[in-house]
Design a binder for this molecule. Structure first.
Ligand SMILES: [Zn+2]
Length: 318
């Protein structure tokens, strides 16, 4: 059968969904989200990442359109859409066999560890380059799966939930989560992503330790939004618990290879390193007493209390 527009229109209207507890809305919600991300220019190549942007906008459609008591777990449709034969998974190294054997990865962190990205049939990806096709497929999805919400679709496409979360976190300086809130993995993943994005922006995409800034043409950068006090223990996404650090210095900070003093100077513990610096570079010890880069917004200077906790945790004496 020719894989043309009609072929996919039928597929979208007749997705293989679970009906054990009423029609499961996960797959049509994920496809609406993918169409939305195409529209917003997030998807340039045929690679759909399980990203905070995808997750935040998945929740946007979910909260608007789902009336049943199904649980909003994006990992389920991201995995099970493979059963509809136009959605495929690219596994991470070491997970090829598990993905091929259709081993179940039922949670977002597990699926993210196993899967690099999803990709569509090339024929479908090409069709989605055309705005008219995207609109028609959106209409098909909404009429087939959420007929009572037809009038709301335009409004839902208008805004970007990930941007909205970033903005609301920016206005409030981040937040601390309760154990109860952590149970919604999709929500926390989207909000953690917004935390990281905000922190790297506050530091102008530079590492607070070495000041390096490398940004690719498509906006990726080498700098992470790191937590001073670990999120798993303190559940704090307050910006004052954040630091922008490159991958190396994020790892080094998380393993106590350096601390930061009350005057925001780098503290390198003595006699801990054997190293040969690469050409034209500095040894880690050369950074001792150097001032770190501070965020461009004075409200979000790193918390002295959190930094002291970190030094004590790793027994770094000033
Ligand atoms: Zn660095």
């Amino acid at each position: 059968m020719e894989k043309n527009f009609l072929f996919y229109a039928k597929k979208f209207a007749k997705l293989r969904v679970d009906k054990a507890r009423g029609v499961a809305p996960h797959k049509p919600i994920l496809l609406l989200t993918v169409l939305d991300l195409f529209e917003k220019g997030y998807i340039g190549r045929n690679e759909i990442y399980l990203s905070p942007e995808l997750t935040a906008n998945f929740l946007k459609f979910w909260h608007r359109f789902v009336a049943s008591d199904h649980h909003s777990n994006i990992a389920l449709p991201f995995f099970h859409l493979t059963g509809d034969k136009f959605w495929h998974l690219m596994s991470n190294p070491g997970f090829e066999a598990a993905i091929q054997a259709r081993a179940k990865f039922r949670t977002l962190p597990l699926l993210r560890s196993a899967v690099k990205y999803a990709y569509l049939d090339n024929e479908l990806f090409q069709l989605l380059q055309d705005e008219r096709h995207r609109n028609e497929l959106t209409n098909i999805l909404i009429r087939a799966w959420f007929p009572q919400n037809v009038s709301e679709i335009e409004e839902a496409f208008k805004y970007d939930e990930f941007e909205a979360i970033q903005q609301s976190l920016f206005d409030s300086g981040g937040s601390i989560y309760s154990i109860e809130e952590l149970k919604n993995e999709d929500q926390i993943f989207a909000r953690n992503g917004a935390f990281r994005r905000n922190i790297t922006r506050l530091y102008d995409q530079r590492c607070a330790f070495c000041k390096m800034r490398v940004v690719s043409q498509d906006g990726q950068n080498l700098v992470d939004g790191a937590h001073i006090q670990p999120f798993s223990e303190f559940r704090s996404d307050l910006f004052v618990n954040g630091l922008a650090l490159c991958k190396n210095h994020h790892w080094a900070f998380d393993h106590g290879w350096f601390g930061i003093s009350e005057s925001y100077r780098i503290v390198i513990p003595e006699n801990r390193f054997i190293e040969e610096p690469p050409k034209a570079s500095l040894k880690i010890e050369d950074f001792h007493t150097e001032e770190i880069l501070l965020p461009n917004d004075q409200r979000y200077l790193p918390s002295l209390e959190a930094l002291e906790w970190h030094r004590q945790n790793w027994e770094i004496a000033i």
